[in-house]
Design a protein around this ligand. Structure first.
Ligand SMILES: Cc1cc2nc3c(=O)[nH]c(=O)nc-3n(C[C@H](O)[C@H](O)[C@H](O)COP(=O)(O)O)c2cc1C
Length: 162
């Protein structure tokens, strides 16, 4: 088994000290099947024009599908969605079940999330072992004002930092 370079381990640890929310990117795969991946690299980039970004690992099994995709949705996950966050972060497990999403005119919307942003690809910038995907915001909706977010900190999912 290949062991991780200690410097990478330390870098992962310090990157992990930045607490984030968690989102699921959802999209239609090549076979038109509903697909998703758990990410925490979402960032808002610009209000005018409205732009977002996230980063995809160049070695991800969904890399090719994502790079070919013109449209995708950020679903901001609530604390109730730990199950789907874990599911969509498993290696080679990126299929979505019909009961988990709504087939919306802007794409696949996950039920029970805090809200969603529909984006179309603007630019992809290769950068180290990831690629930065910049997207135009096409539409968005807040689904719940009261639910709490799912968090990720120090390599673990949390519903609060304690
Ligand atoms: C909280 C969390 C955040 C993640 N963020 C990203 C991300 O921003 N970009 C990414 O490519 N993978 C990210 N991942 C990894 C993917 O969810 C998933 O583990 C990986 O895609 C599995 O390998 P595969 O794509 O080859 O199937 C994250 C995983 C977790 C648990």
């Amino acid at each position: 088994m290949k062991s991780e370079n200690p410097q990478n381990r330390n870098l992962r640890d310090i990157f992990g000290k930045f607490a984030t929310g968690v989102c699921a990117i959802s999209f239609y795969g090549k076979d038109k099947k509903p697909r998703g991946i758990t990410v925490n690299s979402f960032a808002s980039v610009s209000l005018n024009p409205p732009l977002t970004l996230w980063c995809i690992d160049n070695s991800s099994d969904v890399y090719e599908e994502i790079i070919d995709k013109d449209k995708y949705i950020f679903n901001f996950l609530s604390e109730d969605q730990l199950g789907i966050a874990k599911l969509l972060s498993m290696k080679s497990n990126h299929s979505l079940d019909g009961e988990e999403f709504i087939d919306h005119e802007f794409g696949l919307i996950l039920k029970n999330s805090l809200g969603w942003i529909a984006c179309s690809r603007k630019e992809i910038i290769p950068s180290g072992d990831h690629s930065i995907i910049i997207g135009n915001v096409d539409n968005f909706e807040i689904l719940s004002k009261n639910k709490k977010p799912l968090l990720f900190w120090s390599g673990e999912f949390k519903n609060k930092i304690s």
